[in-house]
Design a protein around this ligand. Structure first.
Ligand SMILES: [Zn+2]
Length: 185
């Protein structure tokens, strides 16, 4: 089965941090005492507001996937498993999206480069080289995330991997802001 990496546009917004610093007025973010980067990647800031609202799926500058109500309703209706949508108080039409289905990314074949491993939190400062995506296995879910988070600092986030079926669904429902590129093995 073919699978595809998913790229999205940024929504010109930050959830809780810039790439090198967690915002002072956000309560509840865990920060590594050694490298000072965020460690609880599923933290959702309830005061978050989204600046650019034209996409059904987009990303914040600090690496969160944000889904529209239409995107969430499509996923719910189709019964696609392994995806969690977290409500945001100040944005009732948008949700922070977390994918638990995991697929193993082949960093060797892709020649991805990891820099500055932090032994305190177990994260790298940066991981570069996500696309074209090389996978070690064929994903068994319609939407998965890679086991590696790409990007740097607080902006690190996993790459999303979609099945052919998911790509057709996005096209059929005319969901905006998702771009697909075939993965390799
Ligand atoms: Zn650390």
């Amino acid at each position: 089965m073919q699978s595809f990496s998913v790229s999205v546009n940024d929504n010109d917004s930050f959830m809780c941090s810039s790439s090198d610093r967690v915002f002072d007025d956000v309560i509840g973010v865990k920060v590594c005492p050694v490298c000072h980067y965020r460690t609880n990647f599923d933290f959702v800031n309830q005061n978050f507001t989204i600046k650019r609202k034209i996409y059904d799926l987009s990303a914040t500058y600090d690496g969160y996937y944000i889904a529209s109500l239409k995107f969430k309703e499509t996923i719910d209706r189709e019964g696609i498993a392994g995806i969690t949508f977290v409500a945001i108080s100040r944005e009732p039409e948008y949700f922070a999206m977390f994918v638990s289905n995991m697929v193993s990314f082949d960093t060797e074949k892709r020649k991805s480069k990891a820099e500055k491993y932090c032994s305190a939190c177990g994260n790298y400062e940066s991981f570069v080289g996500a696309t074209p995506a090389f996978l070690r296995e064929s994903p068994s879910f319609d939407l998965s995330r890679t086991d590696v988070a790409f990007g740097s600092g607080n902006a690190k986030h996993p790459l999303l991997i979609a099945s052919e079926c998911f790509v057709s669904l996005v096209k059929r429902e005319k969901l905006k802001g998702l771009y697909f590129e075939q993965t390799r093995t």
